[in-house]
Design a protein around this ligand. Sequence first.
Ligand SMILES: Cc1cc2nc3c(=O)[nH]c(=O)nc-3n(C[C@H](O)[C@H](O)[C@H](O)COP(=O)(O)OP(=O)(O)OC[C@H]3O[C@@H](n4cnc5c(N)ncnc54)[C@H](O)[C@@H]3O)c2cc1C
Length: 401
Amino acid sequence: MDLSFTAEDNTFRKEVIEFINQNLDADLKQKMAENRNSYLPKEDHVRWQKSLNEKGWLVPDWPVEHGGPGWTTTQKYIFETEMANHNAPGVIPFGSKMCAPVIMKFGNDEQKKKFLPRMLSNEDWWCQGYSEPGSGSDLASLQMKAEDKGDHFVCNGSKIWTTLAQYADWIFCLVRTSNEGVRQQGISFLLIDMKTPGITVDPIQTLDLPVKGAQEVNQVFFDDVIVPKENLVGEMNKGWTYAKYLLEFERGNAYAGRLKRGAEKIRNIATKELDGGEPVINDPSFRSKLAKLEVSIQALEMTELRILSKLSSGQNMGPESSLMKCRGTDLYQEVVEMALEAVGTYSMPFIPLRAGQNEDVLGSDYSSGVAPRYFNARKVSIYGGSNEIQRNIMAKLILGL
Ligand SMILES: Cc1cc2nc3c(=O)[nH]c(=O)nc-3n(C[C@H](O)[C@H](O)[C@H](O)COP(=O)(O)OP(=O)(O)OC[C@H]3O[C@@H](n4cnc5c(N)ncnc54)[C@H](O)[C@@H]3O)c2cc1C
């Protein structure tokens, strides 16, 4: 395993840093510094994603023929790491990172021509319609029905926890097209225009929201929604295969860069905040917990580099994507918990702020974002397949249990 970067890699890293310095404007920097990545308005995401697209860097994983930059795996890793180091907003994954690979592999030419360029240009915002009330971990039990009416389907049912559906132009949905045979065999993969009559998006209020009017998850209802047959991806009743393919892309993320930044932030806060007149960082138990966390993050970084080395030599990710998802999200929850501990009681005033009161912010300017981030991070061990489910996968595929 070779973990060193070449001279070309280091030149590329400089180019990425230069791009970020030129394009991450003061407004976005400020919002990101306040931990508002999950609550940026649509226009901020679109502005950032457009600048990436103009540079040809919006879709690092796409093949060159569809507009990808043709990077090596190492370049992709450097890009991700520097984006994290500079606290740049993450690209919203539902279109370009999740639905696009499915369209590229299983969609027809018309679908590729219609949808892929609009993902690149940010004309279409996508959301993911997998989970339903009662069908999350046991996804194959999903009930949203798509009745075959010849040249179209009529869809009825609902999807839940649909992230940022309030902004979406399109939703990719797993729907039930048959009740014959085993449950997985009756599922199809449909692309649905969110403007179609019969679709309602209801917000779900969550505990974390720090900005008035901010919202992350929704329930989406479908009442006699007509979807043309041309929006079916691949074959009818083969959607389970496409759904699993998509999940590989949802889980295979790099975590170490953002975790390292989080740990640095904790160190900064703990140096400034006082507990009994002493900086929090002087507390030996706090210091030892933070050191342990930093070592765990370094270990994860080594694992990421090991996987990178494997991918660079042409091998597939495999069940390591479950390992990365579990370890990366467990450590992320530790990071936000320690930030909460470092800020102490100053983390609490975000609640009156959310209710829209005109109180002055208490504590330092970094304090108000800490509690929302802590509450928001409860989700990371749940979405994309809960960590318990990932451990089941590892037990089966890695340990052979
Ligand atoms: C903030 C957020 C955003 C999300 N965004 C989206 C989205 O955009 N689109 C979308 O489709 N979905 C989304 N989800 C849904 C997410 O994928 C599901 O919540 C997740 O798969 C778990 O399903 P569930 O909520 O039905 O919980 P359940 O499946 O009911 O699980 C409840 C608990 O039981 C455990 N459990 C269940 N089965 C097993 C088992 N076999 N072995 C061990 N433990 C088990 C689970 O780990 C969990 O702890 C989002 C979820 C959250 C929280």
